[in-house]
Design a protein around this ligand. Sequence first.
Ligand SMILES: [Zn+2]
Length: 158
Amino acid sequence: MIPSHQIAELYDRLRIDVVAGDYVRLQRRGNRSVGLCPFHTEKTPSFTLTPDRNLFYCFGCQKGGSMIDFVMEMEKLSFPEAFALLAERAGMQVQHTGGSEGTERQTYLELYRRLADSFPPHPAAHRRRRAGARAPGRTGFPGGVARPLPRGLRAGRR
Ligand SMILES: [Zn+2]
């Protein structure tokens, strides 16, 4: 979750016409900006920005929303990713509340993948192989019998 005060701060620092201006050639019309919609093909501009409220709306394809929605749509990002991108652009110091969830999940996935790689496909196959590998070793003991380990060295006993 991104705290609402951070979103408010972002909207204070960055304007949607500046952000959308990277993707769309905008024309000023009063307190609005219009341009050719980046989400559908058109010849006359129906993509409209209301910079005072940091909102966009397209009269052609009815797409609309906030500055963050715009970047999510343009860059195919999740909300926290789009927010992080804009916050960085605005030069904000962001506490990574929303972003860290993703990073943490990434770390777990990475860990899981590494674990999966280090084990054979099935646990039973793993046990069988270990048992097989130990068997020839038994004859290596004097008298062919494994003597019990001294007290204290036995696993699981204290
Ligand atoms: Zn459109």
